[in-house]
Write a protein that binds this ligand. Structure first.
Ligand code: ADP
Ligand code: NA
Length: 294
């Protein structure tokens, strides 16, 4: 079954540096690189590499970055026939990665702010088995797409990032909600991940809270129903760990695999991604995941 991703595509501009910079400070970085990114593109690539048939619904500018992002998606086997080219510049993310593997990010949305929703987009969402969205596109657009998916019986999967507080509509439209620990606590107001998962599962369908190096937990109908054991690795770059997790989870669910298998595969895939530098290019392929699972 096909998977529709409505999301952002950004050019990542990545600086590696020893530690976070202080206000007013000038510091020497150790490396600069550019790469395809954006939560939507990342999830689409993770999903396609894991074997999913993916349609990317997004927008880029008529510039070199946009052309490169489109080429990247195409090379990953993602359907880009609904990728719009708009007047605004392609979105960028200025990312700094410190020597301990943590990252901080400033996003300039540009073309991702485009809010058009065409009949062709609607048809793709209706015919997909899963709709995957994050919050780097206009919320009104996302509400519209989630409603369309719900009406058509397409399973909706929301990553509430970057998190904000006015998300009641989107959370209620989520069959699967996948926040990280911080997002889950912010969305629910609960003091820890477990209570947050329980609270959110009263509003959405299945809630999967990712816990970084501590794995993930799953809540449904007001109770914790599963815990996913972490894979122990030495992280090199945690960029897109969560996006890898979501993309792979959906690829496996769309292939008809049971929840437990999808969560295990997602955990393995995310742990592989954090041992490599970069966002989309650090994501494992189906065979890499299966190799570790065996
Ligand atoms: P996000 O990247 O959205 O902040 P998390 O940090 O919770 O999300 O990471 C998502 C998933 O990536 C985790 O559930 C886990 O499977 C994997 N992961 C993240 N960091 C590590 C790590 N240091 N070691 C092993 N796995 C990790
Ligand atoms: Na990575």
């Amino acid at each position: 079954m096909s998977i529709a991703v409505v999301g952002s595509a950004n050019m990542d501009l990545v600086v590696r540096q020893p530690r976070p910079v202080r206000p007013g400070e000038t510091m020497s970085g150790t490396d600069f690189s550019t790469g395809a990114g954006g939560k939507g593109l990342n999830q689409a690539v993770a999903c396609a590499r894991a074997g999913g048939r993916v349609q990317f619904i997004g927008a880029v500018g008529a510039d070199d970055f946009g052309a490169r992002l489109e080429a990247t998606l195409r090379a990953e086997g993602v359907d880009v026939s609904l990728l719009r080219c708009v007047a605004a510049p392609t979105g960028i993310a200025a990312i700094t990665v410190t020597d301990d593997g943590e990252n901080s990010i400033v996003v300039v949305p540009g073309a991702n702010a485009d809010a058009e929703f065409s009949d062709a987009d609607l048809a793709a969402i209706r015919s997909a088995s899963h709709l995957v969205v994050q919050l780097e596109r206009p919320v009104d657009l996302l509400v519209q797409t989630m409603r369309a998916a719900r009406e058509a019986g397409t399973t909706t999967v929301l990553t509430p990032a970057p998190v904000r507080t006015d998300l009641d509509d989107l959370v209620a439209l989520s069959d699967v909600l996948v926040p990280n620990e911080g997002e889950a606590m912010q969305l629910s107001g609960a003091p820890d991940a477990e209570q947050a998962a329980i609270a959110l599962s009263g509003l959405a369908g299945t809630v999967v809270v990712t816990l970084g190096a501590r794995g993930a937990l799953v809540a449904r109908g007001g109770a914790i129903v599963a815990r996913v054991a972490p894979r122990f690795v030495q992280p090199v770059d945690t960029t897109a760990a969560g996006d890898t997790f979501v993309g792979v989870m959906v690829a496996w669910l769309a292939a008809g695999e049971p929840w437990e298998a999808a969560l295990e595969a997602a955990t393995v895939a995310a742990s592989l991604a954090v041992t490599r530098r970069g966002a989309a290019e650090s994501m494992p392929r189906h065979d890499d995941i299966v190799h570790v699972l065996r």
